[in-house]
Design a protein around this ligand. Structure first.
Ligand code: ZN
Length: 197
């Protein structure tokens, strides 16, 4: 089946050689998961606090959230496909465990080299998914509130990670040892920070 949504790297800054190859692989992971049946099922079945909803979805049901992520205004049409344009920059300073950051009204997604080098493409795909969810218009608290993992950006990041790990594998070697795969995954995903709230 042809891909319906394509992820395009419009601009990449400071990514070279093997890092650029890994970045392309990560973007490809994100694209494949976005088009997968598995992602569709996970988004449609998503539950938070006993309801079939994401938190802070602006009153939108899961089907509408899925539609916005795959074909909303943050995408553009090109022939029969929808395109997601990504502007990516590698930040060579030490992120101290954090993935990266973004600013509202700035198309660039900044990623710390320390994170990028330490984690596999499935995690980078989760980071891209999180930031892209902001560009779609979804928000979350800047603080680590109990409900924050269930907002669209964080939950979508976890879903994309899960789909990538299940279908494409997670080759991350240097992951920290923490109890349980779910807790580990959530702990890592919660280190995504940005200026969106
Ligand atoms: Zn965010």
């Amino acid at each position: 089946m042809a891909h319906v949504v394509k992820v395009q790297l419009v601009r990449t800054t400071h990514y070279r050689g093997k890092r650029l190859e890994k970045l392309k692989e990560s973007a490809s992971h994100f694209e494949q998961s976005l088009n997968s049946r598995s992602l569709e099922e996970k988004v449609l079945a998503y539950e938070a606090r006993g309801k079939n909803r994401f938190l802070r979805s602006g009153g939108l049901g899961n089907a509408e959230v899925l539609r916005l992520l795959r074909a909303g205004p943050a995408t553009r049409r090109e022939g029969r496909h929808r395109i997601i344009d990504l502007h990516l920059e590698l930040d060579r300073s030490d992120g101290e465990g954090v993935y990266g950051y973004t600013y509202p009204n700035d198309p660039v997604i900044y990623t710390y080299q320390s994170f990028f080098d330490g984690y596999g493409p499935a995690w980078m795909a989760a980071h891209l998914a999180h930031e892209y969810a902001h560009k779609v218009g979804f928000k979350h608290s800047p603080d680590r509130k109990p409900g924050r993992p269930y907002t669209v950006p964080y939950a979508f990041g976890e879903i994309v990670y899960d789909v990538c790990a299940e279908e494409l594998g997670d080759e991350t070697a240097s992951i920290e040892a923490t109890p349980g795969r779910g807790a580990k995954r959530r702990g890592v995903i919660q280190k995504i920070i940005d200026m969106f709230t």
